[in-house]
Write a new protein. Sequence first.
Lengths: 232, 232
Amino acid sequence: MHRCLVCEIRDQSVCRAIDDEDLVVLAKSSKQLSLPPNTTLIEEGSAATAFFNVTAGTVKLFKSLPDGRRQITGFADVGHFLGLTNAGTYSFGAETVDTVQVCRFMRPQLETLLADYPQFERRLLAEVTDELAEAQEQMLLLGRKTARERVASFLLARMIHRPCQTTGEENRVSLPMTRVDIADYLGLTIETVSRTISALRRDHIITGTDHHGIRVLSPSRLQGLASGQENA
Amino acid sequence: MHRCLVCEIRDQSVCRAIDDEDLVVLAKSSKQLSLPPNTTLIEEGSAATAFFNVTAGTVKLFKSLPDGRRQITGFADVGHFLGLTNAGTYSFGAETVDTVQVCRFMRPQLETLLADYPQFERRLLAEVTDELAEAQEQMLLLGRKTARERVASFLLARMIHRPCQTTGEENRVSLPMTRVDIADYLGLTIETVSRTISALRRDHIITGTDHHGIRVLSPSRLQGLASGQENA
DNA sequence: CGTTGGGTTGACGATTTTCAATTCGCGTGG
DNA sequence: CCACGCGAATTGAAAATCGTCAACCCAACG
């Protein structure tokens, strides 16, 4: 049995554009990797030779300034495709947040796939278009929202995008990344993120003391905050 | 002679993916529009029925919060393609900055083009990939740069991206948009933008009193500022 | 010649950052 | 089993950058 044929996330990824019969080709042109937390997948500015499809875990994408300031531009989880660029080099870096599994494609193989499967290209266009819409939403957050609104938006987005019903708890939000990562994603400092989360707890909008998971008590108030209504 | 065949910006736009013989089809499926400043091209959240290719002038793209706060996510000038979305509605708004000319495509015609011309889709993927890279750069600016660094980055980007050698002046940067637009693009207030530009003038990094055009005296110092080196 | 819209400048205030101290969580080893 | 140590997170006080409010300037235009 060929690996890609039994891939459990195939229908969530770009790979669903490939026919069953041709998955053999796909399996040959890709390689499955399992990576520990905080592994560098992509080095900012290095030659763009490989592309990745995340099959488990979460990857952080970021850009940095010479003095070390960093902005995380997104978190890529199951199904996401990484590494596209027009220049010959990556314009961003990528590191694993937790333990991550990826399928790695090398450039020549990817170009063959693109040439042979119009559907594959169609899927990529859709994915990149989606990422662009998310990026625009994030620009609104970074440019115009207060700290409280940013944290509320972040928690809400994770609640909606990630059902996370593994535990019995209602409205549980998992936060696999550290406070540093959250801060670098929201354009804040870790202190401000920490203080803001504490404030939301004080206001009974969220609850739970676990650093990597909280529970939302009032999704509607969180939603109100995220879209800028004072209080809620 | 068919309109698209003589389009002077054809080779700068997605339309270059279409053969000469087939441009007749393209001309039929698109309509040329000339629009005065501050015309709404796309209403945020409305049904996505039309797509635009800018052939002259500058368009601003933005997202807003319910209370009116606005973030301009980018300026689209000659050659840029607007309106792609995966949802049925636009996730952003678009307005003309100055007098703008666009080719408008309606959705059914665009889908026909996409189906018939793989090259067209390839070009779109490249353009969206480019826009995503720009968006990531802008997220770094919005999340991590100071006011001075933001303004420096903005001026530098416009200097590099827009040669603007129409006038004899060296390193002239044209700023067709208002201070409000610049502020909403950089995640600042108009007062901070104004003060920062004045400060750059005081420091002899730029010169010129015209509100819609300045001259860069020291591109290298501007470059240094934009990438975060204190002074330069 | 007054009005209007856009831009600049100043004084003050507030949100967020910075700096610093403490606590928490968790794996390691005595 | 518990003490230790280290990184991560929290909390507090002080500082700074940027925003708010307000006055003023300037050019275009009817």
